[in-house]
Each structure stands twice: as C-alpha cells, then as structure tokens.
Design a protein around this ligand. Structure first.
Ligand code: F3S
Length: 650
C-alpha cells in the first residue's frame, strides 16, 4: 500500500507515536509563525518557560491584525514583539508589511517542511506543499523552544480534482463549493489532500486560496503536491532553490475520497452569517450592495487583486457602493503600484487600505447598520465585521468587483452579457515579485537585545493544579457553533487588551451575555455549557485563558473544535463531552458537581465522568484526551506542566 503526501511529511518529522489514525503523535516543527494578537502571549510564555533562543529552523513574527497605532497600547505591543523577535532570534515583519499567511507564503514557506502557527489560517501554504497547522500560542512557544508538537493523527481525505475551471469560476468558488457540500464541520479531524489531473490547472496562489479556507471546513490542514507550477511560483520569488517535488504514491490509500470536477464549478457566494451558507450567486442576485472589500489572507495576493483591476479599467464603481482594496502584503501593493494598477483602480473609485487584516476582524471599514457588505474574506460570522446583525457575504474577487460595478449582487456572467464588453479577466501570475524587504527584519539585522514591555503588558496568569473535587454552577448555557469571536470578540476596542488578561477577561462572552464576566468572577468557579462545535473559529488562546482567569473550571459541550479543545487543556480547563439530552436539560444556574475524584480520574485515564445536576439527576461527561493531555490538564495547564517537567518534578 502506498503512502499519502501527509504521511510522508509526518513520517519525516515523527519523534513520537505511530501514524495510526486517532493515535497521538509528536512531530518536529521546522518553522513557526505568530502574529500580533497571539504573539504577545507566545513570547510572554516563551519567556515564562525560561527559554533563551528560538530552536526551530525559522520563526517569524508578523504584525497584521491590529496595525493601526491609534494609541500607545498597539505601539507598545509592536515594540515588545520586535524586541522579542530580536532577542530570541525570529524574523520580524513590521505593521503594514502584510498579513502573516501572505507574507509567509511569499518569503518563507517551503515544500516538505512542517510549520506551526498561532493563527487558524496557518494551513495556507499547504498550497505549496508545506504541512502547516494552526495551534494555540503556547504550543508555538514550546515548539520554538525545540519541543515536539503533539496531535492526534488525523484521517487523510483525498480531494480528487478533475478538469479545468470554466470562465468566471475561481479557486474561491472551489472551496465555497466544498463548504456548501461538507459544512463547517466537514473537515474536523481530517487533512484534506488534493490530487488528480485538475491540480495542474491551478496556480499556487489559487491553491493557497483553497488551503486557506480549509480552516473554515474545520480541517487540521490541507495540502497540495508540488509540481512545475510550484517551481514556477518559487522561481518568480527568487526562491527556486527551495523547490522540492513531493506528492503521494500512485497507490496511496486514503481514509475517504471526495471528487470535484472543476469544469462544473460556477460563481458561488456564502450568505450571512456562516461560510457554509453557500448558494449560486444567481440565487441572491439583485440585493443592493453598500460595501465591497477585496483582500484578506484568502484573496489578498497580487493575483487576487489583478482581476478586479482589469474589470474596473475604464469603468467606475457604482455610486451607491463603496469599494475598498486591502492587499494581503506590501509586496502585492508595491507590484500593483509599479504596474500602474493602483492608479487605475483609484480612478475607478476604489480606496486602498494598507496591507492589514483590519476589516476582517472589524477594525476599520465597519459596515453601516442594515447594510450589505460583500467581501473576499474567509469568514462572515455574525458581528465579526464590527457591528451586530451585520450582513456579510463571501465571494470571489470577480463576483465582488462585478457587484461593485452593478451596485447590487450580480453573477459576473450576467453582467458580462449585459455590458457586452466585460471579459473574464482570467488568472495571471506576476512575472516577477521584486518587492522590497524593507519591512522585514531578519534576526541578524536586529538591534534589539532584551524585552521592552509597556504598561499594558502583564504577566501570564497561572492556574493551580486540578482539584480532586469540582463543583459550581452552570454559569452560561449556549447553543451550537459558538466561535472564539463569541468568547473573546476580536474587535479593536477589545483586542487592544490582548496582553493584559485581567482587563481582557472583562469582555469574555460579552457578545452572548454581557453580565457573564462579573457573574463568573463572583461565583469563583463553575462551568460553561454548550452545543456542538464549541470554540470554532480562530486559534486565539485568550478564548481559553480568559475563562480560566475568571474561574471557569470546565466546559460541558456536545463537541469541541480541535484547536480550542487543545487550548482548554493548555490552560487547565476540563472539556467534557455531553449528549444532546443533557445539553438541553441543564439550565443556566443549575448546580453542577463532578462526582469523581477529578484529579485522580484525569491522571488515571478514566474516560467517563459522572456529572450530578442540582443534586437531582446525573449524566455522563466523556473526556477524550491523550495521556499527555491528561497530565497537562491535571497540572493546571501546559505552562505549569512544562515548568514542572523542566524542574524535574513532573
Ligand atoms: Fe487576518 Fe482575517 Fe486572515 S484576521 S489572518 S485576514 S482570517
């Protein structure tokens, strides 16, 4: 039996365990990536672990989420991150230089390498054959210190591509098609490995749009084999020596197979407010559009912006619609400017933003109330744009631009027919990327030596080891698909406290219940109750750390999103799976008691825990955890656990 590409890369990096689906494995990490909203904690944890130098082949610190230095807190964080990168030996990408996944793809990602990143869209460079996984920041800190990364061996699913995309259909439509078919839970516990004759019909930037949004499917990661097109992409970046041809064996055996005929893909759109609410554009055509934004880590590459520029040439954005372009990297901005496209788009009525995540997390360009915003981003969770009850649609740059021209949602094929002279701009690669590296500081260029902390940067709180007895009330009852944005909103006014956990905790779950934080603090212990897929969304470990700071002891949910569950272990919160009946019958305020000796049960490998509710009825909570995760949980989280191990007492 042949081997999949995923297995080959994992096998090359395996330090513990066997590649059996569901078994925990430990792998060596070659590269790490972190960004500004997660990075401050990464480095504070790196410091708390007493480590003094980055041990991975490469580490990169980006400043992309909160780039606007509108007060001292962001500026202090940026200065701290630069000082940490310089002190410990990481590359530093200055605010405005671009979104981590775009810049990393352009500068550092390489076929056959493993990468760990404290951002959920870390899998993006899977489109160029790198096995890249998103995780919590603490895992990144430990990996940077040379420790293995542990994960349950995922299922490897083959996505077999046939054919070629027809006119006006794009890579974005391919991944929207998969989201519509599989849902936001369809990839959980899986690596999606793309193969088939259709692969060669997609360029690397198109492949990375697909791997980027594998995250919305819940996938551990997504990966493409490498080929001539990968080599072509790397050589245009002047990195041809990093090309390696890798792929699965011809007779590789997969856990499952999905077939996609590219020639049947048509322009699609995700309607508010989930990336899997996918319909053909035609179905929502005619809806007025107030705002259109092209950009983000999904569609912010030069190749993503160019089609819109060509469509706008000699035309004007509709007077009722505002159109913004936020390039994914400064390199993309620079190239567009050098080639004259920036002026062309400006003349058509487009406003340019600096290369930043910005609008993707509600920082700038917040839509007006009761308005429709069309974005080329990857997420449209309710409220993420910065206003409650928003109406955000996700689509390709072509659909976005056509709609900006029409002032309403329109299938570009229909607009082309109506206008007569609008042609499919197609997909064109840059001849060469000769952008400057002025905003990238390599470790040997740094002048920093020692951490520089401002007053908004506080130490990381630590939890005590798990108690034998756990009880408290059901502090909050929630439904399905609670996202990390619900738990800690990523908006400007809140995320500015990302390095100040006591302050940030005041906003915990405020979008669900704005009295929650105070109630949790007053209760001094208790549980969260949720439905399916609790913690989906980002890798933001604040979503576990802040509830921990408020005294939450555990989460009782029907199921958990992978990265968030790992974060719950990392911060010492007990994640128990309960069935739908129990979830329905537990009410907010109910008394919850875990009947077992919790510490002993967790350490001994016990899977079923008895949950007693109101001293009246009982249900079972399932702890699905590896031996290592159990030790981490019992020690009060990964930081105390790792420190205990370092001192030889664990
Ligand atoms: Fe940034 Fe949005 Fe991507 S926050 S990393 S552009 S998902």
């Amino acid at each position: 039996m042949g081997t999949t590409l995923t297995e080959k890369i994992l096998d090359d990096h395996l330090v513990e365990g066997e590649l059996e689906t569901g078994e925990e494995i430990g792998i060596d990490i070659d590269q790490v990536l972190t960004q500004d909203t997660t990075g401050t904690l990464v480095w504070l944890q790196f410091e708390a672990l007493g480590l003094d130098e980055v041990q991975t082949e490469l580490a990169a610190q980006y400043c992309d989420h909160q780039t606007y230095q509108f007060d001292f807190k962001n500026s202090d964080d940026h200065r701290f991150l630069r000082s940490a990168a310089g002190t410990y030996g990481a590359h530093f990408s200055r605010p405005g230089n671009g979104i981590c996944h775009q810049v990393h793809k352009e500068r550092f990602a390489a076929p056959g390498k493993t990468m760990l990143g404290s951002d959920s869209h870390t899998p993006t460079p899977g489109g160029m054959g790198e096995l890249a996984i998103g995780s919590g920041g603490l895992d990144v800190a430990v990996a940077m210190g040379g420790g293995p990364y542990y994960i349950e061996m995922p299922e490897v699913v083959n996505v077999h591509l046939e054919g070629e995309l027809p006119e006006w259909a794009t890579a974005k439509d391919v991944i929207l098609h998969l989201l519509g078919e599989l849902s936001v839970k369809g990839g959980v516990g899986k690596v999606l490995e793309y193969t088939g004759p259709g692969v060669e019909n997609l360029s690397v930037p198109e492949r990375t749009t697909i791997t980027n949004m594998g995250t919305e499917l819940g996938a551990t990661t997504s990966i493409f084999p490498t080929d001539d097109r990968t080599e072509e992409f790397l050589s245009r970046l002047g990195r041809e020596d990093e090309h390696v041809e890798i792929g699965p064996d011809d007779d590789a055996e997969y856990d499952d197979r999905i077939e996609v005929d590219l020639s049947e893909i048509e322009p699609l759109i995700a309607t508010p407010s989930m990336p899997d609410n996918v319909v053909p554009v035609d179905e929502v055509a005619g809806e007025d559009v107030d705002q259109v934004i092209i950009g983000s880590c999904t569609n912010g590459a030069y190749e993503d912006i160019l089609p819109g520029a060509k469509m706008l040439e000699g035309r004007e954005v509709n007077k009722t619609t505002e159109m913004i372009v936020a390039p994914g990297s400064k390199q993309a901005s620079e190239l567009l400017a050098r080639e004259g496209w920036t002026a062309e788009m400006m003349a058509a009525g487009v406003n340019f933003s600096e290369a930043t995540c910005g609008a993707c997390i509600g920082i700038g360009h917040v839509p007006a109330s009761d308005s429709v915003s069309l974005r080329t981003f990857n997420r449209n969770f309710e409220g993420r744009s910065g206003i409650e009850d928003d109406s955000v649609y996700l689509c390709s740059p072509e659909v976005a631009t056509a709609s900006a021209l029409a002032g309403e949602i329109v299938d570009p094929r229909d607009l082309a027919e109506e206008l007569g002279d609008l042609e499919d701009p197609g997909f064109e690669m840059a001849d060469t990327y000769d952008g400057s590296d002025a905003d990238l500081i390599a470790p040997d260029e740094s002048v920093d030596d020692g951490l520089v902390k401002g007053p908004n940067i506080s130490d990381v709180p630590l939890k005590d080891p798990l108690d034998a007895h756990l009880e408290g009330s059901a502090l909050l009852k929630m439904g399905d698909n609670i996202t990390t944005d619900h738990i800690i909103p990523a908006t400007q006014d809140i995320l500015m406290y990302r390095s100040n956990i006591p302050k940030l905790s005041e906003f915990t779950l405020s979008r669900v219940d704005d009295e929650f934080a105070q109630r949790a603090l007053d209760a001094d212990g208790g549980f969260l109750v949720a439905g399916e897929n609790y913690g989906q969304g980002s890798s933001r470990e604040h979503a576990a750390l802040c509830p921990m700071y408020l005294g939450v002891e555990g989460v009782l949910a029907q199921s958990f999103a992978r990265i968030h569950k790992a974060n719950l272990f990392n911060f010492g919160l007990l994640p128990l799976e309960i069935d739908a009946d129990a979830q329905e019958n537990i009410a907010e305020g109910d008394d919850i008691e875990i009947v077992d000796d919790v510490e002993e049960a967790v350490r001994s490998g016990q899977e079923e825990f008895t949950i007693r509710v109101n001293d009246d009825w009982e249900t079972t909570g399932l702890l699905d955890a590896s031996e290592r995760e159990r030790e981490i949980l019992a020690d009060g989280g990964k930081l105390p656990h790792t420190k205990a191990q370092q001192s030889g007492s664990g």
